[in-house]
Write a protein of this length. Sequence first.
Lengths: 477, 161
Amino acid sequence: MSQEYRLILKNADQPGYTTDMDCYLRHGGYGALKKALALPVKDLPDGKKMTAQEQIREDVKASGLRGRGGAGFSCGLKWSFVDRKSGKPIYLICNADESEPGTFKDRQIIYKDPHQLVEGMIISCFANDVHLAYIYIRGEMPDGARILKKALADARAKNFLGKNILGSGYDLEIYVHRGAGAYICGEETGLIESLEGKRAYPRIKPPYFPAVLGLYMCPTIVNNVETLAAVKHIVTMGSAEYAKLGTPNNTGTRIVSVSGQVKKPGYFEVEVGKATIGELIFHEKFGGGLKDGRKLKAIIPGGSSSKVFKAGEKFKLKRKGADGQMTAVEVDMLDLPYDFDSLQQAGSMSGSGAIIVVDDSTDIVSVLANLSEFYAHESCGQCTPCREGSLWMNKALHRMSHGHGRKQDADYLLNIAQNIQGRTICAFGEACAWPVLSFVNKFKDEFVAKGAADEAKNHGGAGPTNEMKIAASPRAD
Amino acid sequence: MSFTVPKELETELDELITHYPQKRSASLMFLHAIQEHFGFISPEAMEWTAKKLELQPINVYELVTFYPMFRTEKLGKYQIKVCRTLSCALGGSHALRDHFCQKLGLDSTKHEPQTTKDGKFTVEFVECLASCGTAPVVMINEDFHEGVSNQKADELLGRCK
Ligand SMILES: Cc1cc2nc3c(=O)[nH]c(=O)nc-3n(C[C@H](O)[C@H](O)[C@H](O)COP(=O)(O)O)c2cc1C
Ligand code: SF4
Ligand code: FES
């Protein structure tokens, strides 16, 4: 089904729609909050009673909502891990760090419909007995921080926040906290350290699972902006209706960011798994295809940390047939449904929902060199394999993309990457190793050829080739 | 050197402390506010912040060095941040940075932030600014600019008075 399904971004780009409270209220805003606060206690068949909070938590679980920040973990399950017996306060943090290269979806919600996030957050806090929550927004979004601050102040003025919200007896405060330019603050435990006023050094799990030992060593929920916005819709529609959107185990809608070498880069909200990755890139209603005369070279399917797909790659997907039997079907990478499970089965991930397209005009070595520079810059430096490995990989790739490649560089890179993954405190280790492993393995001939050509040239006395620029000039408007 | 914080700023900072159960949490927001006001964060400002938040100066210093957005010296009046990361690079952001450097008489082969002699402009590369669909993107101080062509870059420079 090649069309957008706008649930979260329903109003965002409509003419005249603003970030003001009045505008949000005119569009039915804070109706879900009112509904949530007024849910009557439910009598269960076994005589037990279910509070409003428990009902919402149950609903979120039943909706099948999976985290939109990167890992795709069940939101309801995450909430169920929260230690509710510790006697300590429970905190909720909205992860608005949006730092995974290629991703620009949370920005749309924050800048165009901030109250939707605030409402989703208040409901999520209510459901989890949270009385103090934060929005951790990346430092490079100063306007976003101002917009959110205003939205929170306006919500306070209407008593959607503060003491005794709408007479329900429930108290909640939410504050905006700004990061300061470090990617690792997107990792939830790094984010927590940063919110505590420290360097964003991720914590080791176990024991520091946020649900038990999070902010100030108290139980803490960290959810992505889009995940929290979706909660509002689950309450409005009911979990059964929400779960009808998307595909089994991959429910709801998702905002996909498409960038790189396509005609119409942009963000598209689709039902999860109803559009294929090929449609998202080529269809008129989405990315609009490659630039004229270009052929597809590679796709980074789920943010810069996800493993790359090479044009023409085929994958075996497990599918349930009409008879209930599981069969394996072969699909081209372009025909992969853009959902959590299919991309995982294809050896990669849908991650933050960000597709970066690379065409045949681009040198693959310089693409990886660009990404490796990012990771070398962003490693927090706590773990030796990540700190040193990310720098070594960057150094080798920098050398290669500046005309000093060697034939053995491909294996050298693979060796370093293999020694990072699985040996670090946080998933950044994988995030920096996976691009190298997948690019070098899948395009090995090009990496080796580049090294060989440089060696021949340099030994032949011609001197190194010039630096390769990824793209010669800014796009013409 | 003495360091004084104007009353208004101090009131703003005091209010920030109330947002957190632990004072230390306010440090990033403090440093943002101080940098916005003074243009950079001096050793005296770090000491002042530490005292205010009941921390050791090293606790603040290590933040200033860890987080890329914080500055320990005054940079240009207009700070031009060009996104270096993949989608923008594919959209020509590296050539765009060269263009800025060339226009402003800076050395485009240098990677670190560079400031013009008159102190008016600083040009630097930054990592993904979360607007990859409108590559190449640039921030000039707090203002965000999308799809910046060379021509648009010249217009933006012209607007910096
Ligand atoms: C290196 C790294 C960077 C991350 N960056 C972000 C980010 O910018 N935004 C985000 O929401 N999650 C990010 N995550 C994922 C978070 O750790 C966490 O899983 C997520 O915020 C949970 O929210 P969700 O369950 O709603 O997806 C990152 C993870 C890693 C390992
Ligand atoms: S894996 Fe890298 S980013 Fe994560 S904690 Fe270790 S050094 Fe820091
Ligand atoms: S790559 Fe430049 S904004 Fe993301």
